[in-house]
Design a protein around this ligand. Sequence first.
Ligand SMILES: [Zn+2]
Length: 414
Amino acid sequence: MTEPIQRPKRKNPVLRTRLPTLPPGTRSRVTLGLTEAAARGIFALQVCRDCGTVQYPPREACHACLSLRLDWKPQDGAGELISDTRIRHALELYFRERAPWRLGVVKLDVGPIVVVQVHGDVPPPPTRVRVHACLDKAHQAALFALPEKETPHMADDRQLREMTCDPKFRKVLVTDGKTAVGQAIVRAVVDAGADIVWVGYAELWKKFPGFDELEKIPQVTLLPLDVTDARSVKEIAGEIGAKVDILINNAEHHRAFGISGRYGTDVAKAEMEVNYFGLLRLAQEFGPAMRSRGADGLNSAVAWVNVLSIFALSNYPAQGTFSASKAAAHSLAQCLRAEMRASGVRVINVYPGPIDDEWNQMILPPKLAPAALASAIVKALRDGVEDVYPGDVAQDWLARWRDNPKALERELAE
Ligand SMILES: [Zn+2]
């Protein structure tokens, strides 16, 4: 059984922080199909459209009939562990630093035999397991065999925790605590076992319901943080930047205008100042320290979460300038992800559909409740995924966007 992890001891400031190392990260282009699905928390394999063969490893053609018509399809991962071993010596620095490392071979019920990492609670073979595709520290798909049924403290498994960003015992910064979404996120990460939650607020003179209640939560520390003010971001980064393990940027300026609905650029500029430049300021001030702490033991920096919008993928004309600011932030977040990659710190982009708040008043339900968005963020951290589309509306628009971006553009313009 997995031993539950304990609250990490205070770090010895005399010791040098270890430099992050990564597992081998080079993959062929076709294998990236596995990573693309794992980034959304899905284990997908190639299925031949002509003969129905499920194949692994990914190839350009079906190994049974040479057909090129291969589709990536989600799999349930059920199978049998037929052998396992513990790697005690490795030339790769990443595995050498983490040995012993449990590996195994699983025969999937759908056919293929796959090499997997094995959770500590999986009994010795032969035994039933479920294979899951995780993202490893190099942000590539890695297959992981989990016990068939949940076991106590399963998430605390040493190998599994390398793949995830579980908030338990971690120090979290939530950039805006004044909104309903921000408050829901704070409560969700506290419930998930976060050690400290710093909560930013701008413009304290504006009263927001629920904000004063946050201060009563023992883990919470309120900090004045205005992402539109470079000096404010720098000051807070100087104060806590070297301690933040998970940064959740939910600061957002949201108005419901298109181009013709509001003359001038003042609203669009305000949206860009928070949604785009705010992210840029945070990334420049907090990014370097987080990158340097990607391998800081149990105290490692692990994740950077951006609350974007499904409108970042395709413009919703009724909220046209807001959509554009989120598209800019989406692009910048891809840059941040690339720059964070060498440190192993994961950038998680969240693309909710319309949230049930005042600026989406004119949008018909279903709308995403702030608490549902917050629990989707905690789930994404626990699962270690990269891209999250919480709620039915986001899932539906994602499916339509993947199928035909032009069709979605037309549909949103109606
Ligand atoms: Zn085939």
